[in-house]
Design a protein around this ligand. Structure first.
Ligand code: HEC
Ligand code: HEC
Length: 203
């Protein structure tokens, strides 16, 4: 996967000058090469789904990657070729995409959801608020709060660790760094496994 990503970056240098001329749908094809069919990501590759996330959230992430405030070699390269108007167009388009009805992650139906993660998500723990209070009862997101359900577990855990180590900036509202710092490594693992196994759209 890493190699595929690197190969892609070489291609990207050629593609982006063209893409900056094009309307959102053209750039969307570039996004799909990593974020997958329907922009729903891939659990295996660790690529997050970007369809159906809040538009303002998507826009802010693209801006943060462009300026290096959010650090990822692939997205820093992609975002460097996307200006403010294109960020807005991409964000609106992606936010409006239909999230396909999905089954739980393979194996999740056979295995019970992580019980420690579930408790943390729904009820919270000492010093850690319930994730559901902002991200919604089923982790589907609401308002400014992005969907967590169905995102790759490794991706979610990496984001929480990035907030702990100040490698990802505070968002809007700027609550996640403090929440992440209140979490133990075991809690991060458990809650990421829990949300990773939930369907992005239970139907
Ligand atoms: C070369 C692969 C690649 C391409 C092409 C790509 N992405 Fe990404 N994208 C990633 C990876 C990997 C991440 C996770 C990065 C991280 O850990 O911060 C990501 C993360 C994101 C995020 C943050 C998601 C979240 O939940 O916070 C957004 C938004 C995003 N990409 C939008 C786009 C858009 C829009 C395009 C097309 C213009 C695009 N990406 C093209 C690999 C790619
Ligand atoms: C008070 C509201 C609030 C609570 C409670 C909350 N979050 Fe968040 N969360 C947010 C906001 C706001 C964002 C968007 C951050 C940004 O804009 O950068 C977010 C983003 C995230 C992201 C990044 C998603 C992505 O696609 O990159 C993860 C992971 C996350 N939260 C996990 C959790 C977990 C796990 C809990 C419970 C332990 C939790 N959150 C509790 C408000 C909250």
């Amino acid at each position: 996967m890493k190699q595929a990503g690197r190969g892609f970056l070489i291609g990207l240098a050629v593609l982006l000058p063209l893409a900056t001329q094009a309307a959102a749908p053209k750039q969307i094809e570039i996004c799909a090469s990593c974020h997958g069919e329907n922009e729903m990501g891939s659990r295996d590759g660790g690529y997050p789904a970007i369809a159906g996330l809040p538009a303002a959230y998507i826009r802010a992430q693209l801006k943060a990657y462009r300026h290096g405030a959010r650090d990822n070699v692939m997205m820093n390269a992609v975002a460097s070729g996307v200006d403010a108007a294109q960020r807005r167009a991409l964000a609106t388009y992606l936010a409006d995409l239909t999230v396909p009805v999905s089954a739980p992650a393979s194996g999740a139906a056979a295995q019970p959801l992580d019980p420690v993660g579930a408790a943390l998500a729904i009820r919270g723990a000492a010093g850690v608020p319930a994730c559901a209070s902002c991200h919604g009862a089923a982790g589907l997101g609401q308002g400014a709060f992005p969907r967590l359900a169905g995102q790759p577990a490794d991706y979610l855990a990496a984001q929480l660790r990035a907030w702990q180590t100040q490698k990802r900036p505070a968002g809007n509202p700027p609550v996640m760094p403090a929440i992440a710092r209140a979490m133990s490594a075991a809690q991060i693992k458990a809650v990421s496994a829990y949300y990773g196994a939930l369907p992005a759209n239970p139907g």
